[in-house]
Ligand binder design. Sequence first.
Ligand SMILES: [Mn+2]
Length: 328
Amino acid sequence: MNQDKNNVLTEISKIIENATNIALFCHIRPDGDAIGSMLGLGWSLEEMGKKVQYVCPDELPVQGWLNPQTIGKNTRFVKAPEPYDCSILLDVSTLSRAGYFFEQPNIGQPDICIDHHVSNSGDAKINLIDPSAPATAIIVAHLIEELNFPMNKEIAEALLSGIIMDTQGFSTSNTNPDSLRVTAKLMEQGADLYWGIQNILKAHSLEAAKYWHCGLSKLETRGKILWTVLTDTDRERSGYTGRDDAGLIDYLASTEGFLATVLFNEQIDGRVKISWRSRPGVNVAAIAEEFGGGGHRQAAGADVSGPIGDVIERVLARTENGVQSAEQ
Ligand SMILES: [Mn+2]
């Protein structure tokens, strides 16, 4: 480990040691890694006797995350925190991704940010960022080990759930030996890999299957781009209650013959949530950033306001551009 990272860990250790009431924040429209990282770190801090607030500024996803109740834990999520003496952002690439909370006046800078997004803007006082980690949960697992924080089966299970989701069951191009080493250690603590893959990654409802049907029936192509759209009507028709894509983008991304996949997901507030997936060589994080979003080279997202037809046209044109320059 380099000296910089050692300094950052020492700082984090000092801040946490002096704190009694810690607010953890994940990002809007949280995913399995955001929640798993928050729960894993939070439960470890609770073992140390800290009061922990689990701030999730948005609706919890319908699927693809570890619900504490399923492993016998009774953890409560809140939309906004009560007063705290230390704040930690997890899996949050920029402050606006933490929701409206930090946009209010007199809130101040968050104390710590732990993240793996290549687009992270370093908005906290102390930033522990590792873009080579396929999941924020992996960085948290290292932090817990290196600072000798408490670890147990539930903490390991929460962290493993984040790793499983962000690596799509160890199948993404950024899955590296370290992810597998960390996973092996979490399994030695009692985390159940098979349970996680079946119940967090693969499980879905009948409504989700019907919702997929809506998206699949509208599949379109533009050159080497595969794309589709999910609308509010699709949600109503299928009975799917989530505002996400129920994981459809990751299925579409494996379609042979395409370099990029785009999914447009109409939201109730007039915005369109866009998800990109790409083959190595096409950097969709760079494209997403131009639309105010961010993410990883092979998986990125953005929220764009405007009539859905206009948004689709602008985004596809820009993506086509990215795909063409990768082909040259
Ligand atoms: Mn993540």
